[in-house]
Design a protein around this ligand. Structure first.
Ligand code: GLU
Length: 318
C-alpha cells in the first residue's frame, strides 16, 4: 500500500491526472460506526460487492470512525458481524480512519501553507445572527445556511492571538481562494464521472461553490468527513466510489479537494436510497430496520437480502 506521503506530496504537480480508467477496479463501503447497520447500509454494501464482481475488481470495507464523540467500538464489531452474517467478504486488515490522523494533518498543513483554509471561531449562534433573513439566505446542498464569511478576513495577527488563547476553532476552506487556485494551477475544468444516471454514465462538471466555506478540520480533530474521504479513497486506490444518493452533492466538494491536494479522481456511483413504505429514507437515528434486529427476529440472511429494493432484492415488505 502507498505511504501517506505518496498521496500527499505538496511538491508534485497537484494537477494529478485522472488515472482511474486503466487501474484495476476497486470500490468500498465506508460506514461510520455510530449506530447499528440498517437495510440502507446492507443495500449500499451489497451494491459495492455487486459492482466489484461485475467489473472483476475488489470490494473494500473502511471504517469511518473520525467522529470521536459518536464512534463506538461495539458498533465497529457489529458492522463486521452483520456484514459477515449477510455473506459479505472483504480483505483484511480493514482501514480505520482513526489510524490516519497524521495523514489528515499533513494534508491540512498543505492547505494551510497555501493559505486555502482559515481558522474560524464562529459559534452556531454567531452564524445565525450574521444571517439577515434565514428564509432567503442561500443554503448549501445539505440544506445548511451558506457560511456568511465571519473570521474569513481576520488580520493575521488577530488569528495568531486567538489561536494562542486556546478556544476551539474550525478550519474552513476559503472557497473563493480555492477556486482561484484551481483556475491558476489546473488547465482543465474539474469534472468527474457519475455512473448511475438515468441516461447512463456522464461526465459532470464539479460545482463546489454551492458548499461555500466548508469545515475541513477542527482544532482538536484534524479532519472532517470531506477531507478524510478524499485522502482515504486515494490511499486505498479506490477507482469507483459506491455510496448513497444523499452523498451525490458532496462529490463536487470532493473533486475540488482532490485537485487542491493532487489526488486522483475516482469515478462515482451514487445509488438510490432505501425508503420505507412512507417514502422516508431509513436512518440510524430512527432505529430503522436494523440488520441485527431482523436477525434476532429469526430471519435468515436470504430473507433479509430479499427485503432490499431491486435490483438487489424484491423490496416486498419494506
Ligand atoms: N461514512 C459515510 C456514512 O456512513 C459514508 C461516506 C462515503 O461513502 O463517502 O454515511
Amino acid at each position: 500500500m502507498k505511504e501517506p506521503s505518496d498521496v500527499i506530496a505538496p511538491s508534485i504537480n497537484r494537477a494529478a491526472p485522472r488515472v482511474t480508467r486503466f487501474a484495476p477496479f476497486v470500490t468500498r463501503f465506508a460506514p461510520s460506526p455510530n449506530g447499528w447497520l440498517h437495510l440502507g447500509h446492507a443495500y449500499s454494501a451489497l451494491m459495492g460487492v455487486q459492482q466489484a464482481e461485475a467489473a472483476g475488481g475488489r470490494f473494500l470495507l473502511r471504517i469511518e470512525d473520525i467522529d470521536i464523540g459518536r464512534a463506538r467500538p461495539h458498533f465497529i464489531d457489529a458492522i463486521y458481524q452483520d456484514l459477515a452474517w449477510l455473506g459479505l467478504e472483504w480483505p483484511e486488515p480493514v482501514l480505520l480512519q482513526s489510524t490516519r490522523f497524521e495523514a489528515y494533518e499533513a494534508a491540512l498543513k498543505i492547505l494551510r501553507d497555501t493559505d486555502l483554509v482559515y481558522p474560524c471561531w464562529a459559534t452556531r449562534r454567531e452564524i445565525l445572527d450574521a444571517i439577515p433573513d434565514p428564509a432567503t439566505w442561500p443554503r448549501d446542498p445539505d440544506g445548511a445556511p451558506l457560511y456568511p464569511g465571519l473570521y474569513r478576513d481576520l488580520p493575521d495577527s488577530d488569528r495568531k492571538r486567538r489561536m494562542w488563547e486556546g478556544t476551539n476553532y474550525a478550519w474552513r476552506l476559503d472557497m473563493k481562494k480555492a477556486l482561484a487556485w484551481v483556475e491558476k494551477n489546473i488547465s482543465e475544468p474539474l469534472t468527474f464521472q457519475e455512473h448511475n444516471l438515468p441516461g447512463g454514465p456522464q461526465t459532470l462538471n464539479a460545482e463546489p461553490a454551492a458548499y461555500g466555506d466548508v469545515v475541513l478540520a477542527r482544532k482538536d480533530v484534524p479532519t472532517s468527513y470531506h477531507l478524510a474521504v478524499v485522502l482515504d479513497d486515494a490511499y486505498q486506490n479506490i477507482t469507483q466510489v459506491t455510496r448513497g444518493q444523499d452523498l451525490a452533492p458532496a462529490a463536487h466538494i470532493h473533486r475540488l479537494l482532490q485537485a487542491l491536494l493532487g489526488l486522483p479522481t475516482p469515478d462515482y456511483f451514487h445509488h438510490a436510497l432505501v425508503r420505507d413504505t412512507q417514502g422516508r429514507r431509513l436512518s440510524k437515528q430512527a432505529g430503522d430496520n436494523g440488520v441485527r434486529e431482523l436477525r434476532q427476529q429469526g430471519r435468515s440472511a436470504q430473507e433479509v437480502l430479499a427485503l432490499l429494493p431491486p435490483p438487489l432484492g424484491t423490496g416486498e415488505s419494506l
